[in-house]
Every structure is written in C-alpha cells, then in structure tokens.
Design a protein around this ligand. Structure first.
Ligand SMILES: Cc1ncc(C[n+]2csc(CCOP(=O)(O)OP(=O)(O)O)c2C)c(N)n1
Ligand SMILES: [Mg+2]
Length: 205
C-alpha cells in the first residue's frame, strides 16, 4: 500500500481539464464512469465516448456503479472519475470496494475542495479531510495524493495496468470553466454503453 500524507495545506496548480484529458488520452477500451456535475463535463470535454457513462444525478453512487461494473467485467479496466463532493457523499462505498477487492477498478477524485457545480461552496476536503488516507485506511491496494503533472502521468499506468483497487485524489484549482455537456438522455447513455460493451445483443436485455 502506498500513501502520501498531506501534512501542510498547499495551493493547487493543476487544471482539471488538463488532468482529465491526460487521463483519458489513448483510453483504448477503458470503461469510464463519471460523477455528476463537473467531472461529467470534464470527460465530455475530453471527447464523448460510447464507453463513458456520465451520471446526471445519483450523487454519491459513482463508485458503487463502478464497482458493479468491475465485478461484472473482471477482464476489463474500469475507471471512476468523480468530484470530492460526490465522493464525500458516498464515502462508505470506499469500504465496500476495499472489501470486494476488484483488481480492475480505479477511483480518481478530482478534488477542487468545492461543490463546484452548485456555486463553489467549500467541501470538507478544504478543511483537511484526506480522501486518500480514507481509501488507504479502508484497504485499497494503492491510495495516492497527486498534486503535479508527473503524478498525473503515473496515474495513467495505474488506471490501465496496475492491480487494484486503486485510488487517487488529485488536487486541482477551483475554477469555473465552460460546460461541455454529454447527451442528456439516460436511456440513450445506458443503451449505447451496453451495446459498446456487450455488442448488439445487449439491446434485447
Ligand atoms: C443528493 C444530491 N444532493 C445535492 C445535489 C446538488 N449537487 C449537484 S452537483 C453538486 C456538487 C458536486 O461537487 P463535486 O462532486 O465536488 O463536483 P465539482 O463540481 O466540484 O467537480 C451538488 C451539491 C444533487 N444533485 N444531489
Ligand atoms: Mg468538487
């Protein structure tokens, strides 16, 4: 288990769109779930994709959805990208993932220390709650705190190949950026994801 403790407050330097673009470059057949709000816009800005499932609601559930997918498709790599607010709402899911031990699942929290989507109110990570330590304490195989581009590059390797469950909290600048919306319709998002994953026969299910 590797952890990097955050002992002193630091000023974030990473831009969230750069982080997500880097993480999703050459994504191959990676399955991607995004939490509601800004991370859903971020993965859309990186390029809408049939194997992306951006949540429009269900706050606090992204990790559980990723866990179900990872258990159902153990031969595929699964990435959950979500916000600190969304993660804080579903903290218990980290314990469940650690108990289930899906080796193919990575969870990456884009941590702007704000509920960005609803007006930049401070979240508990702004007061020092360290999500990577929570994940480590639950029993994730890896739990990292990432603050620079080298760390982001290393995450690509983690997401695509390193045995998990893996967790990373990436500190990003709290900035308002243009919305890039994915398709709005849940039925469409579900159907295209299932078809891309399971082939045309998925339509009948
Ligand atoms: C149950 C529930 N509570 C509150 C909201 C309103 N809401 C939508 S997005 C969001 C903030 C998300 O913050 P975070 O996950 O940190 O994402 P950010 O936009 O900061 O990247 C909130 C409070 C909601 N959609 N559902
Ligand atoms: Mg946030």
């Amino acid at each position: 288990m590797t952890t990097q403790a955050m002992n002193t407050p630091m000023k974030a330097t990473l831009h969230r769109r750069d982080v997500v673009n880097a993480l999703l470059a050459d994504r191959g057949d990676l399955l991607v779930i995004a939490g509601l709000g800004s991370t859903a816009w971020d993965i859309s800005a990186a390029g809408d994709h049939d194997l992306s499932f951006p949540l429009w609601g269900a706050m606090g559930s992204s990790v559980m959805i990723g866990l179900g997918l990872a258990l159902a498709k153990p031969e595929r790599r699964v990435l959950v990208i979500t916000g600190d607010g969304e993660m804080l709402m579903g903290l218990g899911s980290l314990a469940t993932v650690a108990v289930q031990k899906p080796a193919n699942l990575s969870v990456i929290v884009i941590d702007n220390e704000r509920y960005g989507e609803t007006g930049m109110q401070a979240t508990h990570t702004a007061s020092g709650v360290d999500l990577s330590q929570v994940a480590a304490g639950c029993g994730f195989k890896q739990a990292r705190l990432v603050t620079d581009t080298n760390g982001v590059e290393a995450l690509r390797k983690m997401v695509h190949g390193e045995p998990g469950p893996n967790f990373a909290q990436v500190k990003v600048i709290a900035e308002k950026i243009p919305l890039i919306l994915p398709p709005r319709e849940g039925t469409l998002l579900k159907a295209r994801f299932r078809r891309a994953l399971n082939g045309p026969s998925a339509d009948a299910q």
